[in-house]
Structures are given as structure tokens and as C-alpha cells.
Write a protein that binds this ligand. Structure first.
Ligand code: ZN
Length: 630
């Protein structure tokens, strides 16, 4: 939905005003006062969203509203609950004041969290929608927490300021509810660094106990940001925003990110951040850079270029699209590729990461059952609600979507001898469905459900409709080995290890070894074993994870093993015939000869140093600012 132009109510005040106070950090409660200048005369309805864009699951944020009351100039007004997330205030005259508290104890990027160390909130968890007035502008007053915990707290958000005081507490403004919902807010004693890239100010706020090396982080992120802006806007090389914020929360262990138009909320393990004195990039840091790159790419793809089904977002219920293989899959393809093209990820490491994605898809029997289009549509009940049978029943529109993007890219490059690529389709997507979104003129239309094939043809001159039908709507294997050949890269598959396969994924809980997944058609399933069964003994010997591995390594495909297992409290005895190990581990091996297609794909000649023109787009000027005591 395009933000409506700022309109003021007749009296010169904003029609909707939120005041948010982290009033009781120990009880994890935000207090909110919502003032509505012109409530609906027949009774104002209020609602919290059922989901947050970017995370395709019904979460029913209203379940964390603890208490809600309303009053007008004459006193208390009756409030009735209409359904799980909608309230209706009895008809009133004049401005309405709604007061409520929200329990915030979800340390994820999707909801809200508050304790004495920091506060984080998505407005979708905290700010009620005033139904019928969602297109009106609003103000948000952010109040500091009680003085006992407020030492050094300040605010990080990309909400436009409208009179913020010291430390960022104070007044902000949003042009409508969609805009408000798209700006997460962090408050606390985070560390902050700034850099310029792609014509925009970039900020990184890091919350949590870390010894993060912010200089290193800004030095690595700046060329990635510049490369992404240059992909979509090769002429101006400018980002579609003036300011961008990476809101990062570091915890012991965690991983997640949620995209917004001008910011992203990231959750990571503290050891995945670069530390002062780190010399070589760790695998965890590479993963973190991939996550940051992924969410940043979403600033174009899915936040500005949207599926038509998301224009506007229906926040009351599931918004169905069969296109998440584009919006998440292509983003997953470009996240690491942009690290490689920016020179942050050596090409050899990029090919290893890509081979891991290929292996991940190859290991899942669900790839032969569900298409990526179906996976997109059912994200709400399948990808986001996985269980023990998910590997057998679903395919990830992230991982396989990334491989579909790869297949399209390689096919177009080969057919046009490198003159066109998926990059051209991204630029046309941007010109037709993204550029100008959120500005003063009407927003561009979203991508229709059946719109990609013809757009790809128009952008590249290559028609892949028949292939797309197989790759996207079908479940046949992607012909990646054939598509890699013209780039001088050999794709081969081998078993992960030489042991025969029992066809299970196991998990250790306490002293118990349990089957987490019995793979479809695997040895264990054929023998009658199931997810949840506790493995007790194999061939008469008690097993744990290590001894089971050792035992299997000394058997051969076709051997029969005797297994004792508990299902609930009942002992089972079965005989399983072991299978040959699956050849699911992919390797990508480039030949030593120079290859123009490969150079065009990875973006640099040497594969080690970043392309000069990419580097020149980034003017990294890292600065460091610690939260000051107050
Ligand atoms: Zn994503």
C-alpha cells in the first residue's frame, strides 16, 4: 500500500497519536496511550495485526494485550471484544483515549521484548490499528523507562523524527499505519556505527554483551550495500532510501532477520559478530554477513517490489501468494552472490556455500513431493509450522527458490553468451514494480501471480516458460550440472560418508536417542520405525549417537540389523535392511581455464579482490559511538 500524503485534522493536531512507555521492564510491560481525534461515530473498532509482513505465520499479537480501557471527555467508555484481535469502543463524542498494556517477552525479530537491559518492539505488536483510519498519519511519542533502569538508554529507529529529544526519546511520525508498522524500534544502551554507501547513511546498532568490531563490520557491509544498489540502479548506483538501519541483537545462540523498507531487525549469536582482534572471517561471521545482505536485498525485493497479493497487506488474515520462491528464493540467491561480487566472500568460499545449498535441497525427500509454488502458497501452515514429517513433505522456497534463480541465471547467460542474465530481470522488476514505491505519485503495481515468465522474456530475450513450469510448478530435479557446464564448473554428487543408511535423522534428549525424522522410503520406515521412537539397541548393543554411527560404518548396504526401540512405553523389535548412502553431497569444481561466462556471473576477474567500480560506489566512513551515560 502506498503511504497517503500527510493530512492534518481540522484542529491542526494529528488524528492519531500513540504514546509508548516501557513502564515496567521487570514485568515486561509497555504502556500505550492511543488518542483518536475523530473516532467513528457508530463506535470505533481497534485491532492488532494477526501477522507481521515478512514472517508468514498467523501469530495473533493481540494475545499479549493485557488490559484495555477507553475514555472520552465525559469519562469511561464501554469496550467490547468482537473477535480474537478486534475491539469496539461504544459510540462517543469528541476525542477518544484508549489505554492498554502489552506483554513483551518474545526475544525474536517479529514481536516485542522488554526488560531492564533493553526494549525492542515492532509496532505490529504494540500499536493498535484504528480501523477505517489506517491511511491517516499518526505521531508516536517514545517515553524513557523508569529512572531506575534508564541509565544511558537511547533510541534507534528509522521512524521519521518530529521532535525527538536527547537520546532519541520524543516524537516521531508515520504517514499511515503501514508505514508505522514497518519501523521497528530499539531502546537501550546499544553500540552504534555509521557509514555511507549508495548515497545513503547506514547505521548499525548492536544490542547485547559483545566485543563487536564495528569498524570491521562497516568495512565489510559498505561494499555489499553499494553492490546491491548498483545492481538495481546501475546508472545512479543509489539506494531508494536516504537512511538505513541494521538493528542487531546478539544473544548466546540465535539466528533470524526480518526485512523492512528502511531497516532490518537481526538476531545473531554473539560469536558470529566480528570481534576486536579477529584476523580471519569465521563461518559464523560469513553467515551473519549473508543474513545482513539478505535482509538488505529485501529493501528492493518484497518491500518495494511486492507480489500483487501483498498490495495492500491484509493484516487480518493470511495473504496467499505462490511467488515466495521469487521474493525469498531470489533474495536467498543474491544474498551470498552479492558478498562474492562485492569481494567480501572469496569465490571459492562462495562456490562451497552454493554447494551446501544444493546439498540441503538434495537431502530432502520433500523436493519430490511439493513444488516451490505450492510451498510458497502453504508457507503459513507448512514451512512456518514444521514437524517431524516436514523433510518428507515440503521443500523450502528459500533453498530451492535460490536454486531456481541460479538455474534461470545460468540458462539466460548461456543462451545469450553472457549478454543478459537474471540481473536484467531484477532491474526490469524494479523499474516496473518497485521504483517510486512509497513516493508521492501512486505506487507501482505488484507483480501478478503469473507475471514473471513474460517479464523475464522481455528483460533478457529468453523464453523459459516450459522450464519454469517444471522447475517452479513441478518437482523434477533441476538440471544444474548441465547448466554449470558452459561456465567451466563441474557439479558432482557423492555420499556424505560411506556408511550404509538407516534413513533417519536422530536427536539425543538426555540419555535417550530418538528418531527425529524417519525419511520417506528409508530403511527405518520400511522396517516400521517412526519419528519419536526411542532407539534402545542395534544388534543387541545399546546405542547412542556415536556408537550408532560406528556400528553403521561397519555394515554394508543390504545388511540386516536388529533394532530394539521404545514407542511410548512399548518395546518393539524390528529388522531393517540398510540402504546404500544417498549421493546428496554436492561439490562445485571450477576448471582452471579462464571462462568469460563465469567472470560475468561472479562479477570480478580475479575472484579475490573486489571490482574497482564496485568499491568506488562505497564510501565507507565507519565511525564509532558508544552509548553515553545519562
Ligand atoms: Zn527473506
Amino acid at each position: 500500500m502506498s503511504p497517503a500524503p500527510v493530512r492534518r485534522a481540522a484542529r491542526g493536531t494529528d488524528p492519531l497519536a500513540y504514546r509508548i512507555t516501557p513502564s515496567d521492564p521487570h514485568a515486561h510491560l509497555f504502556s500505550v496511550v492511543l488518542t483518536i481525534a475523530e473516532p467513528a461515530p457508530d463506535g470505533q473498532r481497534l485491532a492488532l495485526p494477526a501477522w507481521i509482513p515478512g514472517s508468514y505465520m498467523i501469530r495473533e499479537f493481540a494475545r499479549h494485550v493485557v488490559a484495555l480501557t477507553a475514555r472520552d471527555s465525559r469519562g469511561a467508555v464501554r469496550v467490547a471484544k468482537l473477535d480474537k484481535h478486534t475491539w469496539r469502543v461504544a459510540p462517543t463524542t469528541g476525542p477518544l483515549r484508549v489505554e492498554y498494556t502489552v506483554y513483551a517477552w518474545d526475544l525474536s525479530v517479529r514481536a516485542a521484548h522488554l526488560d531492564a537491559t533493553h526494549g525492542f518492539l515492532n509496532p505490529t505488536s504494540v500499536c493498535l490499528r484504528v480501523l477505517g483510519q489506517e491511511s491517516r498519519p499518526c505521531t508516536v511519542d517514545l517515553e524513557p523507562p523508569p529512572a531506575s533502569v534508564a541509565r544511558g538508554w537511547r533510541v534507534a529507529t528509522t521512524l521519521p523524527e518530529a521532535g525527538a529529544r536527547r537520546g532519541g526519546f520524543g516524537r516521531y511520525r508515520a504517514v499511515d499505519y503501514d508505514a508505522l508498522a514497518d519501523h521497528p524500534i530499539e531502546m537501550g544502551t546499544f553500540e552504534l556505527a555509521r557509514f555511507e554507501a549508495a548515497g545513503a547513511l547506514h547505521e548499525i546498532a548492536v544490542t547485547g554483551r559483545t566485543d563487536v568490531d564495528l569498524e570491521r563490520l562497516t568495512r565489510d557491509l559498505a561494499p555489499v550495500c553499494a553492490a546491491q544498489a548498483a545492481l538495481f540502479e546501475p546508472r545512479t548506483r543509489r539506494a531508494p532510501f536516504a537512511r538505513y538501519l541494521f538493528l542487531t541483537t546478539a544473544v548466546g545462540e540465535g539466528y533470524g532477520g526480518l526485512e523492512h523498507r528502511d531497516s532490518t531487525a537481526l538476531l545473531c549469536g554473539r560469536n558470529d559478530l566480528p570481534w576486536r582482534g579477529m584476523t580471519t572471517a569465521t563461518e559464523g561471521y560469513r553467515t551473519f554477513l549473508g543474513l545482513a545482505s539478505h535482509e538488505y536485498f529485501h529493501a528492493w525485493l518484497v518491500k518495494r517490489i511486492r507480489p500483487a497479493a501483498f498490495v495492500p497487506y491484509d493484516l487480518d488474515r493470511e495473504a496467499y501468494t505462490r511467488l515466495l520462491w521469487i521474493f525469498e528464493g531470489f533474495t536467498s540467491y543474491y544474498d551470498d552472490l552479492m558478498l562474492a561480487r562485492a569481494g567480501v566472500l572469496p569465490h571459492a568460499d562462495y562456490l562451497k556455500a552454493l554447494a551446501r545449498t544444493i546439498s540441503t535441497v538434495q537431502r530432502g525427500p520433500g523436493r519430490a513431493v511439493q513444488s516451490v509454488a505450492d510451498s510458497s502458497f502453504d508457507a503459513w501452515i507448512k514451512y512456518y509450522r514444521q514437524d517431524e514429517n516436514s523433510p518428507n513433505a515440503i521443500v523450502s522456497y528459500y533453498a530451492k527458490g535460490a536454486l531456481v534463480a541460479l538455474a534461470i541465471d545460468l540458462a539466460v547467460r548461456a543462451r545469450t553468451r553472457g549478454r543478459a542474465s537474471l540481473d536484467d530481470a531484477m532491474r526490469l522488476l524494479w523499474q516496473r514494480h518497485g521504483r517510486g514505491s512509497g513516493g508521492r505519485s501512486p505506487s507501482p503495481p505488484g507483480l501478478p501471480e503469473d507475471g514473471f515468465g513474460s517479464l523475464l522474456h522481455e528483460a533478457t530475450g529468453v523464453r523459459l516458460d516450459a522450464s519454469l513450469a517444471r522447475w517452479v510448478d513441478g518437482t523434477s530435479e533441476l538440471p544444474l550440472a548441465r547448466l554449470f557446464a558452459p561456465l567451466g564448473i563441474a557439479l558432482t554428487f557423492a555420499p556424505a560418508d560411506r556408511s550404509p543408511s538407516l534413513g533417519v535423522r536422530v536427536a539425543t534428549r538426555g540419555a535417550e536417542l530418538t528418531i527425529a525424522t524417519a525419511y520417506a522410503g528409508g530403511a527405518a520406515q520400511r522396517a516400521g520405525l517412526s519419528a519419536g521412537d526411542q532407539l534402545v539397541a542395534v544388534d543387541g548393543l545399546r546405542v547412542d549417537e556415536k556408537s550408532l554411527k560406528t556400528l553403521l560404518s561397519r555394515r554394508r548396504p543390504g545388511d540386516v540389523v536388529e533394532i530394539h526401540a521404545f514407542r511410548r512405553d512399548e518395546l518393539l523389535r524390528v529388522e531393517a535392511t540398510l540402504d546404500a548412502p544417498a549421493r546428496s553431497e554436492a561439490t562445485l569444481q571450477p576448471d582452471p581455464k579462464d571462462n568469460a561466462l563465469r567472470r560475468g556471473w561472479l562479477g570480478t576477474r580475479s575472484g579475490a579482490a573486489p571490482a574497482a567500480r564496485v568499491r568506488s560506489g562505497a564510501r565507507a566512513r565507519p565511525s564509532r559511538a558508544r552509548a553515553a551515560g545519562a
